[in-house]
Design a protein around this ligand. Structure first.
Ligand code: PGA
Ligand code: ZN
Length: 379
């Protein structure tokens, strides 16, 4: 039984309103808030403004309050039925925040800790620099403990900061939306070389890999990829990406091609050893995930609860990965709140990876700090 529910507007990390829900069950209140993406996939669940959400909350509350649900699945199915498959009727924010608050009201057990993927150079739509690629991440794969992985990330972040400041001046250490540096670099390779240098300087070579999120839809236009001041045909671009994947031994490449090009993804996957991760192309949506599986477009999935809108559908996407033998990454969005829910969710679902931005800015560190607490509780 849902005893009561209330909604309010809170501020997110990009100075926009976000939705927060409080849900009362078994005499206790459970709180959940939801993030917002900037480089959104075309097929994501429908998001409406927080103002519109607050208006719609009156009707939403009237159908939810005092309603009885046996479990998460029953609630989520009800939310999908009354809110529409793409969550268009109430908008995804009210629906997901309610689904998360309910999940938190059930007894859940953290099982394992994910490896963090930390975004330390920001480009694309998340920064005001010339880098076409959106995210340059480090993945401390070799350390055993989560806290050791964070230590490595702090060391590399700090070394990179010093390198950037020395080479380009103090404005080069300004940060982008996800807390990574947003230096005035011109090319992908330059950014990758500086990260390699930072890793070497702190004696962490071999312990850390590099990963990219290209978010390539943002620089694809009329059959060409505009990257690093070149305009490349699809074929030349695939060659270029497979070359840098080899040169920098990239652990994974997310959205290397624009989101409609399932065959381009497959072509690249055959040419590289890096994991090919689907984000905008799959939007945590089982139908698109199945299509990507059939066409062998990807071998890892980015999992963003707010792309699809309920916990049950998110769990379905994760279970698909398990069955397919894929890896997956639980992910934040570029516009975040201080909620640490995705950290708990990654630990509860035994997810191998989490991507939550740089080890800087509190809306990012909230997630990593929660995992540090979970590590302690599991010891
Ligand atoms: P977004 O980007 O949250 O701005 O959509 C994150 C990503 O592309 O992974
Ligand atoms: Zn992405």
């Amino acid at each position: 039984m849902i005893d009561d529910i209330r909604a309010r507007k809170i501020i997110n990390s990009r100075a926009k309103w976000a939705i927060e829900i409080e849900l009362k069950r078994k005499g206790k209140w459970f709180r959940a808030s939801v993030p917002a993406g900037k480089s959104r996939g075309k097929n994501e669940a429908v998001q409406i403004s927080a103002e519109q959400s607050m208006k719609k909350f009156i009707e939403f509350k009237s159908i939810i309050k005092h309603h009885e649900f046996q479990n998460q699945e029953e609630l989520d199915n009800f939310l999908i039925e009354s809110g529409g498959k793409n969550k268009e009727k109430f908008g995804v924010d009210l629906i997901l925040a309610t689904s998360i608050a309910y999940f938190q009201s059930e007894q859940q057990k953290a099982i394992s800790l994910p490896t963090p993927m930390l975004n330390i150079i920001n480009g694309g739509m998340h920064a005001g620099n010339d880098l076409s690629i959106q995210e340059f991440m480090i993945v401390p794969l070799k350390a055993e403990k989560f806290s050791d992985k964070i230590q490595i990330a702090l060391d590399v972040y700090d070394a990179l900061k010093k390198i950037l400041e020395k080479k380009y001046g103090s404005s080069a250490i300004n940060v982008g939306d996800e807390g990574g540096f947003a230096p005035p670099l011109k090319t992908t390779e330059e950014a990758l070389m500086l990260i390699e240098k930072a890793i070497e300087e702190v004696g962490r070579k071999g312990e850390v890999s590099i990963a990219l999120d290209c978010a390539a839809s943002s620089y694809f236009n009329e059959g060409e990829y505009s990257i690093d001041s070149w305009k490349l045909s699809i074929e030349d671009y695939i060659d270029y990406i497979s070359e840098i994947s080899k040169k920098f031994n990239l652990f994974s490449i997310e959205d290397p091609l624009h989101e409609e090009n399932f065959n381009g993804f497959s072509q690249l996957l055959r040419k590289t050893k890096s994991l090919i991760v689907g984000d905008d192309i799959t939007v945590t949506n089982l139908e698109l995930i199945e299509q990507a599986h059939k066409l062998k477009s990807i071998n890892a999935l980015l999992v963003k609860p707010n792309q699809i809108g309920t916990i049950t559908e998110t769990l379905n996407a994760i279970n698909f990965c398990r069955k397919a033998g894929w890896s997956w990454i639980i992910s934040h969005r570029s516009g975040e709140t201080e909620s640490s829910f995705i950290a708990d969710f990654a630990a509860i679902t035994e997810s191998p990876f989490i991507k939550a931005g740089a080890p800087a800015r509190s809306e990012r560190t909230a997630k990593y700090n929660q995992l540090l607490r979970i590590e302690e509780s599991l010891e």
